[in-house]
Design a protein around this ligand. Structure first.
Ligand SMILES: [Zn+2]
Length: 423
């Protein structure tokens, strides 16, 4: 029953439509939830104009997101029910290549089409919306240079990985899912190393943080919590956008912190240390390693499920494709899996929001006070025009971090509780 054509069609179609309706409802509620009155916690970083601007930014982005997702859904349904998958399959088979090359072409063309369709939307988002709100610093030249670099990179890395997967499923029968799983674990480990050392420098310049009070303070803090840190870099984020951020890359002894130049400019030494303390909290509280283990287990389960579904005739008929193939099966499985994926991502987000509170708490305790983290968070949200009052349902569906206001309130609670500051 599960693999009957009609059941699969109904399941995927209803997931797409219900998902679209739920998202649109959440966005509507989110806009309705905007409050013209500034939360009093933010009175020192926002004035009336800036607060109104942040709400206008949310409205513009929401409207644009609604148009994009409606368009995407319409295109997908037209392609699906217009027999697009079958036509493409006939075309790539007609080129007479072996199954792996045929598969790479099938998936490559689909991804390229998706990219071309979304291109006008990302141009609009960058050069109209971000520009209007004063964030955009990207030139057309840089935008297209970035685009070409990312296409080349994903063709090389993605193409290599996909060839392996196709080869395993073509040649190793019941062992294939296990081999795919092992290969993807190796691939993830390699990526952890390749991304910071080779890939990110293709897009940005990373300058070691120069000696001075900031570097001193960060190193002192790291020492105080026994955190081994090999490098601190400043990244020229201002090349593309005025928004600011900070992140960690690498593992073990090779961990490095990256601070956006925009962040270094905006925040005081104490605030920057508080932000870094939060990030280090994710390591110390084992969030990073736990997320890695969860995603590795998740991949194993996914490859196992793929092996169960990939050659079912019903799955292919649901997409109007006659001939069974591994490559098309992978794409169709991806669509069949989307309801489970949605459910899993909601659970992961709940756990991620909990981790954020824990990392905040870690930072407050180890930097001996929550004030600097609170002011850093407030400035960051004012600078990035974040939504201060998101609707709880929207947060539940979309937020990997708790809303800033809730984080600040939680931090203030630690600050005032008598045993709050003992680790
Ligand atoms: Zn965090």
């Amino acid at each position: 029953m599960f693999f009957s054509e009609h059941f699969i069609t109904t399941l995927i179609l209803s997931t797409l439509i219900i998902g679209y309706l739920i998202d649109s409802l959440a966005e509507y509620l989110n806009i309705r939830h905007l409050n013209p009155e500034l939360p009093h916690e933010f009175s020192d970083v926002y004035d009336t104009d800036k607060y109104a601007k942040s709400q206008a930014y949310l409205k513009v982005n929401t409207r644009f997101g609604f148009i994009t997702s409606s368009f995407d859904l319409a295109i997908l349904l037209t392609f699906w029910f217009g027999g697009g998958f079958g036509l493409l399959d006939t075309f790539v088979r007609g080129l007479g290549q072996n199954t792996i090359v045929t598969g790479l072409l099938f998936i490559g063309i689909l991804l390229l089409l998706k990219l071309l369709i979304s291109l006008p939307f990302s141009l609009y988002a960058t050069f109209v919306i971000e520009e209007k709100f004063g964030f955009n610093r990207t030139s057309f030249g840089l935008f297209f240079k970035d685009l070409i670099k990312s296409i080349l990179l994903s063709s090389i890395l993605g193409g290599f990985f996909l060839s392996l997967i196709l080869w395993f499923f073509e040649s190793f029968g019941p062992l294939a899912w296990f081999l795919c799983w092992m290969a993807s674990i190796l691939f993830i480990m390699a990526i952890q190393y390749i991304v910071p050392t080779w890939i990110m420098p293709l897009f940005n310049k990373f300058t070691p943080l120069e000696r001075g009070p900031l570097k001193e303070a960060i190193l002192n803090y790291a020492r105080s919590i026994n955190f081994s840190l090999s490098h601190i870099f400043v990244m020229d984020g201002s090349k593309r956008s005025g928004k600011s951020n900070a992140f960690f890359t690498g593992f073990g002894k090779n961990k490095r912190i990256v601070l956006f130049d925009t962040l270094v400019k905006q925040q005081s030494v104490e605030e920057l240390v508080a932000v870094i303390a939060h990030e280090m909290g994710h390591f110390k509280k084992k969030h990073i390693i736990r997320r890695l283990v969860v995603s590795i287990l998740q991949m194993g389960i996914i490859f196992f499920l793929i092996s169960l579904c990939i050659s079912r005739e019903g799955l292919f008929h649901a997409f109007f494709v006659d001939k069974i193939s591994i490559y098309a099966g992978l794409i169709f499985f991806g669509m069949l899996f989307s309801p489970i994926d949605l459910f899993l991502s909601l659970i992961l987000q709940i756990s991620s929001r909990r981790d954020e509170y824990e990392a905040d708490q870690f930072a407050a305790i180890t930097t001996k006070g929550h004030h600097h983290l609170v002011t850093a968070l407030k400035q960051l949200s004012a600078h990035n025009l974040s939504n201060l009052t998101p609707h709880p349902f929207y947060v539940f569906l979309n937020y990997s971090h708790p809303p800033i206001l809730e984080r600040i309130r939680a931090l203030e609670k630690i600050g005032t509780s008598p045993k709050g500051l003992t680790p």
